[in-house]
Ligand binder design. Structure first.
Ligand code: BTN
Length: 254
């Protein structure tokens, strides 16, 4: 296992590991042991990378596997899930920054936080949190496929190198860390969520895009109708009724 902690000017503290079960799990363990962050944990490999809804996250060497540990005031518990939207905006901006890490297709978001390139999943975000006397410890885990992607996933996947010559992982991590820090400042622990909401919408598909939402064994077909003021997904179902989702898997119509 590696473990060097670095703090070059302007960058948050970063722990680099060769291998770990999950950078989110490691961040949570450190939080329980008293670490308050901000601290990035990045690993070359994960042996038990985790995705949303208990799914595994394939974690090949060369891809970005990183988590940011933060401590937030207790009052932010109710809006901590918005961190996934904050991070989604930041990752898109990191890919688009400095002339873009890829050429051709424009990366976009799919609710709540899938990073799509040409309709294929290139990355995802998993936010986990726990509250205690010291405040809310939140972990933002980011997986970005740089050099490889899993086969046979429900939503076909891709990786950045398929679409250009992205720089080395650590440069991409630096860009992601910079964008996450910038968007966290704008989020202002929830007070500035309106800026995140509109930035997220600008980086997502168009209003009216056909989609379905899968939740609790049911699938509802409809059209994307935006986000509400808290970040919940709005979908107009086939009967024209507006439905609000705080959880679920969204599939875009082909
Ligand atoms: C998703 O299902 O879309 C979310 C995937 C999140 C994966 C990242 S990889 C780094 C961090 N550590 C984990 O175990 N998961 C997240």
């Amino acid at each position: 296992m590696g473990g060097a902690s670095s703090h070059p000017a302007g960058l948050p503290r970063t722990v680099r590991l060769d291998e770990i079960d999950s950078t989110n799990a490691e961040a949570m363990r450190r939080a329980m042991a008293g670490e308050t962050g901000p601290l990035w944990i990045v690993a070359d490999r994960q042996t038990a990378g985790r995705g949303r809804s208990g799914r595994p996250w394939q974690s090949d060497t060369g891809n970005l596997l990183a988590s940011l540990l933060l401590t937030l005031p207790p009052a932010t518990v109710a809006c901590a899930y918005q961190l996934a939207l904050v991070a989604g905006v930041a990752v898109i901006d990191a890919i688009r920054a400095d002339g873009g890490l890829i050429t051709g297709p424009v990366p976009r978001l799919k609710w709540p936080n899938d990073i799509l390139i040409d309709g294929h999943k290139a990355g995802g975000i998993l936010v986990e949190s726990t509250s205690g006397p010291g405040g809310l410890k939140a972990v933002i885990g980011i997986g970005l496929n740089l050099v490889s992607h899993p086969e046979g996933t429900a939503l076909p996947a891709t990786h950045l190198r398929r679409h250009g010559s992205p720089p080395a992982r650590d440069k991409i991590l630096a860009a992601v860390a910079r964008e996450v820090a910038g968007w966290l400042l704008r989020w202002q622990e929830g007070v500035g969520f309106e800026a995140i909401r509109s930035a997220w919408l600008e980086r997502a598909g168009p209003i009216g895009e056909a989609c379905s939402v899968h939740i609790g064994g049911q699938r509802v077909f409809g059209r994307f109708a935006g986000l509400d003021e808290d970040g919940a997904l709005l979908v107009a179902d086939e009967a024209g009724r507006l439905r609000r989702y705080t959880y679920g898997d969204v599939t875009l119509a082909p």
